[in-house]
Ligand binder design. Structure first.
Ligand SMILES: Cc1cc2nc3c(=O)[nH]c(=O)nc-3n(C[C@H](O)[C@H](O)[C@H](O)COP(=O)(O)OP(=O)(O)OC[C@H]3O[C@@H](n4cnc5c(N)ncnc54)[C@H](O)[C@@H]3O)c2cc1C
Length: 495
């Protein structure tokens, strides 16, 4: 039985673990943190539970792409989903008005056409394009060997704003359509339209919160790996991938344990992975390319613990903008922060009446963390605590203006910064979604799942794309090296 060692227990690492363990490989997952899951982790303070990364998923209704993948991974039996309001799962506040994204093609078009009647035909063209681009990728639509490379290439090389401005002639509607861009940290003139199309298609089909929090996904995947004879070990940070002249032999953990392996898959950020490898097989030019890649922006989060029965549960996500556009919120100074934010409630039961916990999330650049670089959780000093409190109060003031009385319903709040993510997941520069896509760089901003070391592979959000579906598509790509894509598709179909 071939031994596969997986570095990192994020969604990418665990889902590779499930597929390979189910197919007869001897899987061991090594996780540096105390808790498994990476961005699937939840934490509990004074009995209140908070998600740190994945907050909601799409395309999870019966027969839809993610639902089929979750079935294949054994997730459907273990997790309960709570559907966000189909009449407006996203609410975007812009220019003094609120706009809703409704679930499904007709509802999406009709809801926005009610606000922009003169753009109805353009909304149809926009939706056609979203479906065409998302459907052009065989992996995203799970239609084996039916990808349309011409469409894929075109929309990877054209920016979101360029394409939307071509289709939508009302400037406000063009901005509303990117109202949920904090979900993919898009940058004007830079992020490919395909990234926007995948996210919109994914969530417009159906949108759900995960009852009990995203950690239930990690727990379920661990259970399946173990059921197939594998193991997932926490507090086992990998320090080094040991190689001879031709291939990798295994890894050494930070506590100097050696794990032998026939294959190694790294779910860590590619820069972290290269730090573990000291082999001539990795060319300096490749190392340099990975090390200098731009990252998506980091995030500052305020986790809210609400008083019991004080606040009705909000069954949608709310995107607020303090400027007249969702674009450019990553460029701010002390006075202009926060330019935008995402506010949502967490879901602890299928149909909650009242909010128990929630989060406000806004962009934060790693450059703001300069004074505390090199420090670790719990030991960053009182000036860091004061910084976080000042930022949290600023965000709460902004939210209070939008939702008067909100402050009075908060029992406690907690915060995290890009440094928190760097510590907990190793993501470069505390970035939320990993390496940034850039139309000007084309394939140069893409990370291959193969490395020059034949038995070392990569997986996770930097291989294909971030998010539940983006990462699982990367997982299929990585696992195809062991099983062939065709076989994986057959297994998905059979499940
Ligand atoms: C704030 C935020 C909100 C998000 N919201 C959503 C959402 O609503 N919906 C959605 O679909 N997606 C969302 N995402 C994105 C999604 O959570 C991620 O794309 C996905 O979970 C990433 O999984 P991963 O396996 O690639 O990486 P990670 O989750 O980062 O996992 C990498 C793992 O590798 C481990 N590791 C690193 N180095 C080592 C080492 N040397 N030894 C051992 N282990 C190591 C880390 O500790 C970590 O556990 C969000 C992300 C963030 C940050």
């Amino acid at each position: 039985m071939s031994k596969v060692l997986i570095i990192g227990s994020g969604l990418g690492g665990l889902s590779c673990g499930v597929i390979l363990a189910k197919n007869g490989y001897d899987v061991t997952v090594l996780e540096q943190a105390t808790q498994v899951g990476g961005c699937l982790q939840c934490f509990t303070r004074r009995g209140a539970r908070f998600e740190t990364g994945m907050h909601f998923i799409g395309s999870a209704a019966e027969g839809q792409t993610l639902n089929r993948l979750m079935q294949y991974l054994g997730l459907n039996d273990d997790i309960t989903l709570s559907q966000l309001d189909p009449q407006g799962y996203e609410v975007v506040a812009l220019d003094g008005h609120t706009f809703r994204f409704a679930t499904g093609r007709e509802a999406f078009i009709e809801t926005l056409a009610a606000d922009f009647p003169h753009q109805r035909d353009n909304l149809v063209r926009y939706y056609d394009l979203i479906e065409r681009v998302a459907g052009a990728s065989s992996l995203h639509s799970l239609k084996y060997a039916e990808s349309d490379t011409a469409v894929n290439t075109e929309y990877q090389l054209r920016s979101i704003n360029e394409v939307i401005d071509e289709v939508i002639t009302d400037p406000l509607l063009a901005k509303v359509l990117v109202g949920n861009l904090p979900l993919y940290a898009a940058e004007r003139d830079k992020t490919p339209f395909s990234t926007h199309a995948f996210i919109m298609d994914f969530y417009n089909q159906s949108a759900f919160r995960i009852v009990g929090g995203s950690s239930v996904i990690a727990d379920s995947l661990v259970k399946t790996i173990e059921r197939h004879g594998g193991r997932v070990l926490a507090r086992q940070g990998v320090a080094k991938i040991v190689c001879d002249e031709q291939k990798a032999l295994g890894v050494i953990t930070k506590d100097e344990t050696f794990y032998e392996a026939d294959y190694i898959i790294s779910d860590a950020h590619p820069k972290r992975t290269l730090e573990m490898i000291d082999s001539k097989l990795i060319r300096p030019a490749f190392r340099n390319r990975i090390n200098t890649m731009a990252q998506t922006v980091g995030g500052f989060a305020v986790y809210l613990d609400f008083k019991e029965g004080a606040l009705p549960y909000m069954n949608h996500n709310f995107y607020g903008f303090e400027t007249s556009t969702p674009w450019d919120c990553e460029h701010y100074d002390e006075a202009s922060w926060p330019k935008g934010y995402l506010y949502m409630h967490f879901c602890q039961e299928p149909k909650p009446r009242y909010a128990t916990t929630g989060v406000i999330l806004s962009y934060m650049q790693m450059s703001e963390m300069e004074p505390w670089l090199g420090t670790h959780v719990g030991h960053r000093g009182s000036d860091y605590e004061a910084f976080k409190q000042r930022k949290a109060e600023r965000l709460l003031d902004v939210l209070e203006r939008r939702f008067p009385g909100l402050r009075a319903s908060i029992k406690h709040y907690y915060t995290s910064t890009p440094l928190t993510y760097l510590d907990y997941t190793g993501t470069e520069a505390g970035s939320m979604y990993g390496i940034a896509k850039d139309i000007h760089l084309g394939s140069a901003c893409r990370v291959p799942h193969r490395t020059r070391i034949p038995n070392v592979l990569q997986t996770g959000q930097n291989i294909n794309s971030h998010g539940m579906l983006g990462v699982l598509v990367g997982t299929i790509v990585t696992c195809s090296e062991f099983l062939t894509a065709e076989r994986i598709y057959q297994q998905i179909k059979a499940s």
